[in-house]
Design a protein around this ligand. Structure first.
Ligand code: MBD
Ligand code: FE
Length: 306
C-alpha cells in the first residue's frame, strides 16, 4: 500500500490580503513571494517555491490541502487505492499541475468535504534560499515532517479515520479524553504519516469552517517568544494561551489570524509514537482565552484549575 508522506501545502481563501501579508511576515516570519499574478500571493517557509497560497476571495477558509507521495508510481498507486475505496478523484491537467508547481496531482474531497490533493514533485527553488519576513533566530521545522499540522472539519470521525488510514496510509487514534465543565467528554483523534507527531486531527462535531487551526513549528524557542510578544503587542485575539501539549509535547499558543481561524505557533515537538497513548490534560498552560474559535476546549491540568 502507498502512503502519503507529508502535509505539503495548503491554499487559503482570504478576504483581507494586506492583513494576511503583514500577519504572515511580520508576526509569523514567513516569506512573501508575489509573482505578480494579481489574484494570489505565495508564502514560503523553506526552499520550496511556496508552502501556502493566499487567494483573494470573498470567503475566509482553507481552499485546499495537498498531501505528498514520493513519485509518479506512487501517485498511480494512490489513484488505484482511491478507485478501490470508491472515492471519486481525477488526475489534474498539466495547467493545474503548473499552477501548484508540482509534477503530478490528483484532486478529490475527503470524507469531511475538504478539497484534497495528492501530489508528487514540488518545485524546490534551490537558487532562492528562504528569506524570513522578519528576523528569525532559527527556521521552520519542515523537511521530512511536512509543513505542520491542522484540524479539519469531519462530521463523521469514523469515516475520516477509515479514509486517512485505509486510503492515505496514516496511523493514529484518539489521544485525549477531555472532561469538559459541562460534563461532556471531548475525544480528539490525531493522525501521523511521518515523524511529525500529528499532521492532521479531527474534533468531530459541527465547525463553521473547513479548518480550525494550522500549526507551524519553529526550530528555536526564541522565534516562538518573538511571535508571542508581537501577538500581545498587536493585541491579536489569543484563542488558547501558551502551554505544552501532552501528545506532541510542543510549547504552543493559538492566535486568531486575519481570516478568523487559528494559527497555532509552536516549538519543541517530539516525534510520532510507535504505539498509541491517551491523555486527560495538557502538561501545563493552554488556558482558553478568546472564545469563538471553536477551540473552547478545557485541556488544563487539574492542579492549574482555579
Ligand atoms: C494539538 O496540536 C492540538 O491542537 C490539540 C487541541 C491537542 C493536542 C495537540
Ligand atoms: Fe494543534
Amino acid at each position: 500500500m502507498v502512503k502519503v508522506t507529508e502535509l505539503g501545502y495548503m491554499g487559503f481563501n482570504v478576504t483581507d490580503m494586506a492583513a494576511w501579508e503583514r500577519f504572515a511576515t511580520e508576526i509569523v516570519g514567513m516569506e512573501l513571494h508575489d509573482a505578480g499574478e494579481g489574484d494570489r500571493k505565495y508564502l514560503r517557509l523553506d526552499d520550496w517555491h511556496h508552502r501556502f497560497v493566499l487567494h483573494k476571495s470573498n470567503e475566509d477558509d482553507m481552499a485546499y490541502i495537498g498531501w505528498r507521495v514520493p513519485g509518479p508510481d506512487e501517485l498511480e498507486e494512490m489513484a488505484a487505492q482511491l478507485e478501490a475505496a470508491k472515492v471519486p478523484y481525477r488526475f489534474a491537467s498539466t495547467a493545474e499541475c503548473d499552477e501548484r508547481r508540482v509534477l503530478g496531482l490528483l484532486k478529490l474531497t475527503d470524507p469531511g468535504g475538504n478539497p484534497t490533493e495528492v501530489f508528487y514533485g514540488p518545485e524546490v527553488m534551490t537558487f532562492r534560499p528562504f528569506h524570513p519576513g522578519r528576523p528569525m533566530f532559527g527556521r521552520f521545522v519542515t523537511g521530512d515532517q511536512g509543513v505542520g499540522h491542522c484540524i479539519l472539519r469531519q462530521s463523521d470521525v469514523k469515516a475520516a479515520y477509515d479514509f486517512y488510514t485505509k486510503v492515505f496510509g496514516m496511523r493514529g487514534s484518539v489521544e485525549y479524553k477531555l472532561r469538559q465543565p459541562d460534563g461532556s467528554v471531548v475525544m480528539p483523534t490525531f493522525m501521523h504519516c511521518n515523524d511529525r507527531q500529528h499532521s492532521v486531527a479531527f474534533l468531530g462535531g459541527p465547525m463553521p469552517k473547513r479548518i480550525n487551526h494550522l500549526m507551524l513549528e519553529y526550530t528555536d524557542l526564541n522565534d516562538l517568544g518573538v511571535a508571542y510578544h508581537a501577538v500581545r503587542q498587536h493585541k491579536l485575539a489569543v484563542g488558547i494561551d501558551i502551554g505544552k501539549h501532552s501528545n506532541d509535547q510542543a510549547v504552543t499558543f493559538y492566535c486568531g489570524n486575519p481570516s478568523g481561524w487559528l494559527s497555532e505557533l509552536g516549538w519543541g515537538a517530539r516525534s510520532a509514537p510507535s504505539q498509541q497513548e491517551y491523555y486527560s490534560a495538557d502538561i501545563w498552560g493552554h488556558e482558553v482565552e478568546a472564545s469563538g474559535f471553536g477551540m473552547d476546549l478545557d485541556m488544563v491540568a487539574p492542579e492549574e484549575e482555579t
